[in-house]
Design a protein around this ligand. Structure first.
Ligand code: ADP
Ligand code: MG
Length: 269
């Protein structure tokens, strides 16, 4: 067989700002507003790959927390669709935000700015609550697992402590451990170090960097641009309900293309 001559295929031209395709998370035309006036997602589309660590930056009030809460199934969207791991996950008009697929929701873990540990439960109690109630693990199995996670995060000695006996940084690390107990495929972090004293910021960021090394998919909202640059595979700048610009951290932080990104970075850097 003589090889047939094939006309050279034209190379696709990628604008460097073209979002990388990714089917781990896909938002398509997502619309969300509060009341009649306040639009927080305006026909928003966003892609994420399973090996991405997206850092979302943007002005206060630009809808970053809303986006994470939607992904967590805590709030609905009015329009558009969200798929997760290639499956339909959330659809517009879902009102309260109940995901189409509860099994997918439990594969997402979230940590908030203000510690959300149950104050009346010990660290161990906090960690084993969902695994025993939701995932049907026995108390012994869940406790074993809790010990292992706490050891990884350097918190073994706090197993029987109550949240009020922990520092802010320890509470956030316990909150991360509690989310990891359910073996999420995706972790969401909403300004988890914003309320911490500086020396505790590092211990929490180190845990997140550890997760990054283990290739955990993460969406991180932070105002710490130094950390953003360090941990992100991609930085997404959102404002006015839209993705204004996204790209690798070096590009966004040193050569932002959009005037709005530059203005924002000048204020926060
Ligand atoms: P960000 O995290 O970027 O600061 P948020 O998602 O928290 O932004 O909020 C976006 C906008 O929506 C803000 O103006 C906020 O006041 C408003 N908002 C957030 N949650 C609600 C809610 N449950 N009801 C009404 N307005 C809300
Ligand atoms: Mg917020």
């Amino acid at each position: 067989n003589t090889p047939r001559l094939v006309a050279a295929q034209p190379q696709p031209v990628h604008a460097s700002s073209a979002p990388p395709a990714g089917d781990f998370i896909q938002l398509r035309g997502v619309c969300k507003s509060y009341g009649e006036q306040l639009v927080v997602m305006d026909n928003l589309s966003l892609d994420m790959r399973a090996d991405d660590r997206l850092v979302i930056i943007g002005p206060s009030g630009s809808g970053k927390s809303s986006l994470l809460r939607v992904l967590m199934g805590l709030e609905g969207i009015q329009g558009g669709t969200i798929s997760f791991q290639g499956q339909p996950y959330i659809a517009g008009g879902s009102g309260c935000g109940k995901p189409l697929h509860e099994g997918l929701r439990t594969q997402i873990g979230m940590v908030f700015q203000h510690y959300t540990l149950f104050p009346h439960l010990s660290v161990l109690g906090n960690l084993i609550l969902a695994p025993t109630k939701v995932h049907g693990l026995s108390k012994a199995e869940a406790s074993e697992k809790a010990r292992a996670y706490l050891a990884r995060l350097g918190l073994e000695s706090k197993l029987h402590a109550y949240p009020s006996q922990l520092s802010g940084g320890q509470k956030q690390r316990v909150a991360i451990a509690r989310a990891l107990m359910l073996e999420p495929k995706l972790m969401l972090f909403d300004e988890v170090t914003s309320a911490l004293d500086p020396e505790m910021v590092i211990e929490v960021q180190n845990v997140m960097l550890q997760l990054a090394e283990q290739k955990m998919a993460m969406i991180i909202v932070t105002h710490d641009m130094h950390f953003a640059r360090h941990i992100a595979t991609r930085v997404v700048f959102c404002a006015g309900g839209k993705v204004i610009e996204q790209g690798p951290p070096e590009q966004i932080f040193t050569q932002p293309k959009e005037a709005r990104t530059r203005e924002f970075l000048e204020k926060v850097l």
